[in-house]
Design a protein around this ligand. Structure first.
Ligand code: GRF
Length: 212
């Protein structure tokens, strides 16, 4: 069934395989989920994430940093493209670029990102590798509201994942991603349906409506 007309419009940005995006697309099959993915954007062409969107009939756009005179010009164009779809929320689902000042001026406070580590530990591009090398026994994934830092924004939700003795970076990251997808689907839906507030670093969402 299609989402209800009052479902929250969401733009998702991707850079890679798009398994997090797929989990959101699948969740939207249930109208009670309360989310409509109105567009999927990417910073590079030819990725599986874009194919997943096209397969689901969702409009896509690509803005490569290299096609712009500067990083700021790319950031402003990204903000314009996202704004053209009038989302209430933006979800960075494996989007491997930092959004900049122009983007945050328009979408700050309503852009979510998932990071494959338990923030504030192991920010940056290599969360699973850094956790494994540090020898932690528990890592996980963090959903947060994007701010100007690298994986530093106010935390919406976290999920813990054990590190096993025989883990490689890949096996650990895959196990994290399984939990990350569940957290992302649960919380994007919850924030969309019930709203949320941010007080300093604390994000709260009253559970008003029944989850599907
Ligand atoms: C996720 O673990 C995300 O947190 C990280 O990159 C991965 C993206 O996976 N930034 P996918 O493209 O959704 O499959």
């Amino acid at each position: 069934m299609p989402p209800l007309p009052d479902a929250t419009p969401v733009v998702v940005l991707v850079s890679g395989s798009g398994t997090n995006l797929q989990a959101l697309i699948d969740a939207c099959d249930d109208p009670a989920y309360g989310v409509r993915i109105v567009a999927v954007g990417a910073d590079r062409p030819g990725i599986a994430g874009l194919e997943r969107a096209e397969h689901a009939g969702i409009p896509t756009f690509v803005l490569s940093v290299g096609d712009f005179a500067s990083r700021d010009a790319w950031d402003a164009a990204l903000a314009d493209q996202v704004a053209a779809h009038a989302p209430e929320l933006v979800v960075l689902a494996g989007f491997m670029k930092l959004t900049g000042p122009a983007f945050l001026a328009r979408f700050g406070g309503r852009t979510l990102n998932a990071h494959p580590a338990l923030s504030p530990a192991f920010p940056g591009m290599h969360g699973p590798r850094d956790a494994l090398e540090h020898g932690v026994k528990i890592t996980g994934a963090t959903l947060f509201v994007v701010d100007a830092g690298v994986d530093t924004g106010p935390i919406v939700a976290q999920v813990a994942v054990p590190v096993l003795d025989d883990d490689s970076v890949d096996t650990l990251h895959e196990r994290i991603k399984t939990s990350e997808r569940g957290m992302l689907v649960e919380w994007v839906g919850r924030l969309a349906r019930d709203g949320y507030s941010i007080d300093g670093r604390r994000v709260t969402s009253p559970q008003k409506k029944e989850a599907p």
